[in-house]
Design a protein around this ligand. Structure first.
Ligand code: NI
Ligand code: MN
Length: 226
């Protein structure tokens, strides 16, 4: 299975059964200006919460690809009001067997509101079991002890964690999250996009190496095999 990074918190996960896009924020992202949003194909769009820096391109991609939108009930309802018909609403703690595999919408300690001020429900992240691997996409979140429970219950192969600090946990807390999750293989997200979340890559990589964790910071547009 392959994962491609489109900047900020946006990834495309290509499994043997489906293409799953997370939190598309590409066209407003100066760092992702080489990415052609119109060329992205996907079967599912998973939205962690309603903030603009996670949903900016969701409506256009959903309308062009007819992908299924999966998110919390409030976010799904907001998109249904915009004419999006292929939807699957969930809420915290709930799991579902999709044709690509199993997905659970899990707790995130953050906030959520739609760009027009509509209530965006509770923010979340995703635990996915796809192609015999368990992948945790944290969404925007601070460090929290729910992660310890996730680490106890699931044999997580890859954890995609925010590391930019200020709006989410920063690098030090992300190493602690890695301990809680019992997963040393981390892919970083939610860094460098704007001033508040710029990080020094070398010192952050050193920090992870010192705590015996493998941090991958993907180049925007790059693809990695998981
Ligand atoms: Ni957010
Ligand atoms: Mn964000």
């Amino acid at each position: 299975m392959n994962i491609t990074y489109f900047g900020h918190a946006c990834f495309l996960l290509e499994t043997s059964k489906a293409k799953i896009l997370f939190d598309p924020f590409i066209s407003p992202n100066e760092l992702a200006k080489e990415i052609d949003v119109e060329a992205i194909e996907c079967d599912y769009v998973l939205l962690s919460h309603g903030h603009e820096d996670h949903i900016a391109d969701a409506e256009s991609i959903l309308k062009r690809t007819h992908a299924t939108l999966v998110s919390n009930f409030e976010i799904v309802s907001w998109y249904e009001g915009k004419g999006i018909k292929n939807t699957h609403p969930m809420n915290i703690g709930g799991a579902w067997k999709f044709d690509f595999g199993w997905a659970k919408y899990v707790y995130a300690s953050h906030s959520s509101v739609m760009p027009d001020g509509t209530y965006g429900g509770n923010p979340g992240g995703w635990m996915l079991e796809v192609d015999n691997k368990v992948i945790y996409y944290a969404g925007d979140t601070g460090l929290n002890t729910e992660m310890r429970l996730l680490g106890e219950r699931y044999a997580i192969d890859w954890a995609i964690l925010p590391i930019g600090d200020n709006f989410t946990m920063g690098p030090v807390d992300a190493t602690k999250a890695s301990d809680f999750l019992n997963c040393p293989d981390i892919i970083g997200m939610h860094f460098d996009t704007f001033g508040y979340i710029q990080i020094d890559h070398e010192s952050v990589k050193d920090l992870f190496a010192k705590t015996r964790k493998n941090l991958t910071l993907m180049e925007i547009g790059a693809t990695k095999e998981l």
